[in-house]
Design a protein. Structure first.
Length: 278
């Protein structure tokens, strides 16, 4: 049977189709192999990124614990100094009561030593213990109020452990105790919006500028005051880095009549995050 041009064309077309099909199979297998390798690389990249994020979070948590632990020695030293003063002045009964209250406070502080966040109820209980201890030390030298917004559930809202205490301590010893009478301290926890809260510490003391003039009066060292504030600011920065949430600390003087100062205000705003309770 003679081979016609039409037959040759059909054979060539069939061969071309077969070659094209084989090429498609070849490149498809290479594509699937490349896709599998890319997906594996992406998975590995995501795993490495997740590991780095976890490591960064763990390092940040360690930094926070370390910063909080730096506050505790100063806090404990000042409490022990109150006991020493009572003993040296012969006030044995006062020293005994002071030791008893200090032991309860120290027990609570040690129980919370490794926690960055605690329920607001525990934080206010801790502040209450501390304030009663300072009242004992100063012979009821100041009055205070602790207020929690009724919108807030103290057992559900988690707050930074002992972040407020250094500000309260400075309000007492740098502001109020340089006045002779009418020493008032207010601590308020407020809800500003869903998941946005504020803590305000105000005193009617002498203000920051005048307080600097007294830093050699034997009550406290100004270097401790500066370092204590620096630690609080560092903690706020780490909270922002760790949770990507709003966390700000503002310190200002309260203006009085004729350009005078009638105290100091510390205003802490922060967003809550479910991760804080873990």
């Amino acid at each position: 049977m003679p081979v016609t041009i039409h037959t040759v064309m059909l054979i060539l077309a069939a061969a071309g189709t077969a070659i094209l099909f084989l090429l498609c199979l070849h490149y498809r297998s290479r594509y699937l192999l490349f896709k599998g390798s890319s997906e594996a690389m992406i998975r590995n990249s995501h795993q490495q990124e997740a590991s780095l994020l976890l490591l960064h979070k763990q390092l940040t948590e360690l930094k926070l614990v370390n910063l909080k632990s730096q506050v505790n020695p100063h806090f404990q030293f000042n409490c022990l100094n109150g006991i020493y003063t009572a003993l040296m002045t012969g006030e044995t009964a006062l020293a005994q009561e002071y030791i008893s209250r200090f032991a309860g406070l120290l027990r609570k502080v040690l129980m919370l030593a490794d926690k960055n966040f605690i329920p607001l109820q525990e934080e206010t209980d801790l502040l209450e213990l501390y304030l009663k201890l300072e009242q004992l030390r100063t012979n009821n030298g100041f009055e205070y109020t602790l207020y929690t917004d009724p919108q807030i559930s103290p057992s559900a809202l988690y707050v930074p452990c002992m972040l407020v205490q250094p500000f309260v301590e400075n309000a007492i010893w740098h502001g109020l105790m340089h006045k002779s009478t009418n020493r008032l301290l207010q601590i308020q926890w407020m809800q500003l919006a869903p998941n946005l809260y504020a803590c305000e510490v105000t005193d009617n003391g002498i203000g920051r500028v005048q307080a600097l003039q007294y830093h050699h009066d034997g009550l406290k060292s100004n270097n401790h005051h500066s370092r204590g504030m620096e630690i609080c600011m560092e903690r706020a920065t780490l909270y922002r880095t760790m949770y990507h949430k709003q966390f700000n600390i503002e310190i200002s003087d309260l203006p009085g009549a004729e350009n005078t100062v009638e105290g100091t205000r510390v205003y802490i705003t922060f967003e809550s995050d479910p991760a804080m309770s873990r």
